[in-house]
Design a binder for this molecule. Structure first.
Ligand SMILES: [Zn+2]
Length: 87
């Protein structure tokens, strides 16, 4: 399956928090599709809850790198297929 998403996006995992002791990021394991353009810019395609908006903006939206290697979220993939973004 190839994702062919017509707007800017990246792979990302959720950031659930920052560990106080050493400031390490606490992240989910699932690789989601994070939309970077349009009405839903900054949101995960599947609607995964963003629990820490500030950390999400700093560590996901405003970084250049993809934070997940692959998209593993089945709900994101399903939505992409529904939008005809996956072949
Ligand atoms: Zn997802």
């Amino acid at each position: 399956m190839t994702l062919n998403i017509p707007i800017q996006w990246k792979r990302a995992t959720t950031v659930t928090g920052i560990r106080k002791r050493d400031c390490a990021e606490i992240r989910g394991r699932t690789g989601h599709i994070l939309l970077l353009e349009g009405e839903r810019s900054g949101e995960f395609l599947c609607g995964a809850r963003i629990r820490n908006q500030l950390a999400h903006e700093l560590l996901n939206v405003n970084t250049k790198t993809d934070e997940a290697r692959v998209v593993t979220c089945q709900r994101c993939i399903k939505r992409a297929q529904q939008n005809k973004w996956a072949v």
